[in-house]
Design a protein around this ligand. Structure first.
Ligand code: ZN
Length: 134
């Protein structure tokens, strides 16, 4: 784990939230991307070394919509930057952490990602992300 890559924030209205965070951070988002398989639209802001990822649902049955229904808007996950996601998954499994899926998948912002089950990390959803090198 090299650093906190980003914080993910679940929002009800992605356009309104984008305006709010533009005003809060004093800058525009640098990227917006829909991940259709997850039913989510993401908007990214840079804040120094780290980033903020806004997550809005694109359909009613998406995991983000269900999350907001249950827990409301707010911090959804912490993402850590890793050099080698396969090695990190292996290491965490050997430490007894439960992963949501054992294989990394394609995520937003040019990343390969995997999630730990929040039960494994005291209620915090942890994302591992490895930048895809060009
Ligand atoms: Zn994320």
């Amino acid at each position: 784990m090299r650093k906190i890559e980003h914080l993910g924030i679940a929002v009800k209205d992605i356009d309104a939230a984008t305006k709010t965070y533009e005003a809060l951070l004093g800058k525009s988002a640098y990227q917006s991307e829909a991940v259709e398989s997850e039913g989510v639209k993401t908007v990214f802001f840079k804040t120094g070394e780290s980033k903020i990822e806004l997550l809005g649902a694109t359909r009613e049955d998406s995991p983000i919509a269900k999350y907001i229904e249950k827990r409301g808007e707010g911090i959804h996950h912490i993402a850590f930057d890793v050099a080698d996601i396969e090695a990190e998954i292996k290491r965490l499994k050997s430490e007894g952490f439960q992963l949501i899926s054992d294989k990394p998948k394609a995520g937003a912002d040019n990343k390969r990602i995997a999630f730990l089950h929040p039960k494994s990390s005291h209620g915090v959803l942890v994302e591992l992300c490895e930048e895809i090198k060009p």
